[in-house]
Design a protein around this ligand. Structure first.
Ligand code: MG
Length: 171
């Protein structure tokens, strides 16, 4: 059973994962409008993964006998100055997500909710990958500054990203 505090915090994170998905879909739209369909593909895949994260949390709350109450999803940022701006915003967003999972883990730990601590471990590990992913692309984008041909090569690279659904029952 989840405490009221932990249930509320998990619910807030479900909504935030939807907000992440929404944010990345808006980034995909910006890339598409900028004729960078490979970048757009990268963010479309990212947006789908965020929905999987929301669903994983959703399932867990019910598994623990709790209830899911979805919150309002804020309007995402729609205009960016450049691809650099997009990836800097993306990296900062992922750092915010990491902080939120640390906060959730702190609550679970204070309450000695070991099952939830164990469940959150997957997200904490995942965040290492997410931040690294955004950071490494950000570095590449930085090197493309003032060189549109290089940006198109990176666009081709990002076109190859494929969505793999998360198996929510077996982690
Ligand atoms: Mg996520």
């Amino acid at each position: 059973m989840l405490s009221e505090k932990l249930e509320l915090a998990l619910n807030e994170q479900i909504t935030f994962e939807f907000y992440s998905s929404y944010t990345y879909l808006a980034m995909a739209a910006f890339c598409e409008s900028s004729d960078l369909s490979g970048f757009a593909n990268f963010f479309r895949v990212q947006a789908k993964e965020e929905l999987d994260h929301a669903t994983k949390l959703y399932d867990y709350v019910f598994q623990k006998g709790g209830t899911v109450i979805l919150g309002e999803i804020a309007k995402p940022k729609e205009k960016y100055d450049s691809m650099l701006d997009v990836f800097e915003t993306g990296l900062n967003h992922e750092r915010e997500v990491t902080k939120r999972f640390y906060n959730l883990a702190d609550i679970a730990s204070e309450e000695r909710e070991h099952a939830t601590m164990s469940f959150l471990r997957w997200f904490i590990d995942e965040q290492v990958e997410e931040e690294d992913n955004f950071h490494s692309i950000l570095k590449k984008v930085r090197r493309c500054e003032g060189n549109p041909a290089a940006l198109y090569l990176l666009d081709d690279e990002l076109a190859a990203r494929v969505y793999t659904p998360l198996n929510n029952t077996n982690n």
